[in-house]
Structures are given as C-alpha cells and as structure tokens.
Design a binder for this molecule. Sequence first.
Ligand code: ATP
Ligand code: MG
Length: 418
Amino acid sequence: MSTERTPARRHPVRWHTGGPGGARRLLGRLRARLEEQQRAETHRMLEADMRGLWREACTGVGLCQYIDVAAGLTVRTPRFGALRLGRSGSSFTVELMPGGEPQDIEAHAPRLAHSLGFAGLRVQPVAGRWVRVVLHHHDPLASMFRLPHTVIGRADEAVLLGRAEDARLIEHALASPGHIAVQGQNGSGKTQLSYGLLAQLAAAADVLITGSDITGLLLGRVWDGSAHREWQVTGSRDLVAHAEHLDRLVAWMDQRLDAMPPRQDSITPTAQHPLVLVALEEFPGLLRAAQAKDRKLAERITSAVLRLLSEGRKAAFRVLMLAQRFEANAVGGGYARDQFALRLSFRVPADSLVMLHGDDARSLGTEHANAAPGIAYLSAPGHDCTRLRAAYVGGYGAFCDRIARDARRPDRRREDAA
Ligand SMILES: Nc1ncnc2c1ncn2[C@@H]1O[C@H](COP(=O)(O)OP(=O)(O)OP(=O)(O)O)[C@@H](O)[C@H]1O
Ligand SMILES: [Mg+2]
C-alpha cells in the first residue's frame, strides 16, 4: 500500500525581511534612500555651481570689494549661503558685505539675474545681515496684467497701478499728497493706464473726476449721466472753454483755501467736499493749440494749471497730467514739472527718462527706450526706481462699460462749487 503524500510547501524564511512582503518594502526603502542621496548630491552640485556663478556675477557688476592681503589681491563678494529649490520658485540666502545694504543687490538685479540664468530676482531681508535672493523664471513684465473688476469707495483707498518686476502689486491712494505725471511716446500706454485709474475711482463717493481732454476719449461722452461729466471739457474746437473751465477749478480751489477750518492746513476729502482729480490728457497738445491761436490764452491755461499744481494739495485737488514728453516748456515750465510726486514713464527716449526721474534712471535708459506698450518706470515717495506692467483695463470698449456701470450718479446735496 502506498500513500501519496503531498510535499509540504516550503515557505521562504521571512524573519530578517519583516514578514510577508518585507523584501519588497526593503527594496522600496533602499530605492527611496538612493533617490534621496542622488537628490542631495544634485542639490550640492547645483548649489556649488550657483555659488560660483553668484561670485562671478557679483564681480562682473562690481558688487565686490578688493582686499589686499599678503598673498595678493582677493575679491570679496556677498557670501552665498544656502540654495532652496521649491515648486513655487528657487531662492538662496546671501550675507551682505560689511557696509552693504539690500539695495546694493537690487541696483544690479537685472544683470545679476541674467548672469545666473534667470529672468529677474527680488531681494527680501531675512535677519541681521542676511537676505534672501528670490529668482524669477519668467519676466512678470512680459505678460499682460488685467485690471481686476474693482472700484474703490473712498479717496484714501489705494488704486492699482500695476505689477512690478518682482510680482509685487504697485498701488497708490489718491488722497496721499502728490500730483501724477505720466509720459510716454505714441501708443506706449499712457491713456490705457489712465482708463484703469479713472475706472477704479469712478464710484468713490468723495472723488470728483474733472479736467480737460482735447481727445475726448478719456473724459467726455463716456461720462454722460455721471456726477463727473459737468466738470469735464473736451475737444479742440473751443479752446477758450478749456481755459474757462480751468479758471473755474482754480476759483473753487481758492474758495476752499479761504474757507479752511481753523487749526487745519489741508482739506480731508468727504462726500460734501470731494477730492477733485483734474485729468489733463495730452496737455502739451492743448498748450500748443492755444499758443497757435492766441498766446494770452496759452498763458492763461498755464497759469491756472500752475496754481492747481502748487496749491492744490492742501485743497484736496490732484492733477493727473499726460504728455508724450515732460519737457519744461511743453508742460508749463520746470517749476510745474517739479510739483509731481508720482511719476510714470512709458516708452521714452533715454534723455526723457532721466529728465523726469533723475540720474538714478540713467542705467535703464537704453532698455526702457524700447519697452513694450504698458511697461512703465515709476518713481514716487516710497517706490524707488520701480519698473511695472500697468494694469490693463482691456481697451476703450471695456473702459466705457466700466464707467457706464460704476460711475457715481449726480447728487444735488453736494458742496456748491464756485
Ligand atoms: N498695460 C497695457 N497692457 C497691454 N497692452 C497695452 C497696455 N497699455 C497699452 N497697451 C496697448 O498699447 C496701445 C496704445 O496704448 P495707449 O492708447 O494708452 O497709448 P498712449 O500712450 O496713450 O498713446 P498716444 O500718445 O498716441 O495717445 C493700446 O491700444 C494697447 O493695445
Ligand atoms: Mg493716449
């Protein structure tokens, strides 16, 4: 008799691999560790590369100190700390040189970024003498920046001007003291920027949008039915109307200055006493046309604008002047030009850029002379030498739609102007 016995199944010894599936898990862990080591090695190599590039770039742009030691001349550059590679972007830390400031790096930002193979960089203070250099893969100025569909309710709320190279939003509150100058060649973006500004201000209860516009696009019929319309003069047929209108605004300003409450040296905008924005679209064009007709008329316009510029701040009057070039004799003299606190230049020749922004802008002159429409250079208190992409409302049609929807309607209870 024979008995058939099924041979017992041999199970692999598992005690050292951690039970069923242990070998697979072990292999997984080994693979992960290997990948981690490779990643760390790649990171170390990249960091070493970047450290070398940083040193060369700093030396190249002159962001270095030459130190004479016994062995010869050595170059000291801001010390590279650690590289961080993240999904949202890459950055590294840097220790400033003795006597150095973050602005020293910012001053050379475009050249340093290009030498490192990036489109731009931004400097953020970290702690003590250390800063973080954040690298941009794309130039934020290269892509269009659409103006969100927002309006402000009060003059002291900030309106959006645009987006800076480091992707920061650049804003400006109209209630803060200072007139606005915008220059740029034909088709560079002055009017589009102004469309955006006025569209954001149109609904504010304590802002009145007034001014003179020979083109009749920024002001005029688009504002029909709004509280602002009766304070706007357009077209180039009746130039006397522009002069009279500006005189009317000056008289209103004088009335406010005369009626200034005791112990107060400036008016705070309210719904009864709104901030008066005087937009002067293509102002040199208005002056030229007036000069061609009658020199006295041009002088009358110039002197009214000069008064608004020099005394308007206290009486809650702000001037927004647009010109292709802020040459002294085109905008009512050098004194008039000096009154603008917020200055924006779209594409202009290098000498025009320096004329409005001073010597700090000189290094950017050649590059900015070829800037695409909508790219502007800004100088203002608190914003040194900033390049930005102006917020784009979407053209004239979109501007008309926003004004029709948002512009404040007339309210007869308001201050009786002069
Ligand atoms: N911020 C912007 N983003 C994108 N495109 C823009 C921007 N600004 C202007 N543009 C483009 O440039 C064109 C011209 O702009 P705009 O009319 O504002 O120029 P301008 O400086 O007022 O010129 P002009 O001196 O002839 O009045 C616009 O029609 C638009 O296509
Ligand atoms: Mg224009």
